[in-house]
Design a protein around this ligand. Sequence first.
Ligand SMILES: [Zn+2]
Length: 158
Amino acid sequence: MPLCDGLKVVRSAIHGYGVIATRPFAAGDLLLQGEGVVYRDEDEFDDTYCLVFDGDVLQPPVDEQIFYDLTCQSRWINHSCEPNTQVDSGWDAKLAHPIAWWIATRPIEVGEELTYDYAFTAEVAEPCGCGAKTCRGLIVDQDEIPNLTPEQQTKLRR
Ligand SMILES: [Zn+2]
């Protein structure tokens, strides 16, 4: 896939590398489609930049997770508790391959960093340094908060 028009990978103020807009985007705009490689539980791979799918997307369904290791610019989009994009994903049953794309959830200005909510499960929640006013303190799905351990709960900001 060619580099996306209007996006650039830079050193991020949030963490490591990040992706910024080099032109304005409107709410609802498609920002980019992710490209990646599929891994199964038994494979050797690094899950740092993976989107995770439930195995019931496969036909027949499998009782394991499917990992989609992003290999394009999308892997550098950081988490924020107050994100300006959302990742939508689906499963191409014919190709047995995930598809994922990022949509602006509000207007994005030139120079603004793209973010989305990683929405980790409680099991893999980690401290968040996104800097948003509404930062939860942990990178974790809202719905997973009741499943956090007491020690993890102490890291929450409310
Ligand atoms: Zn945060």
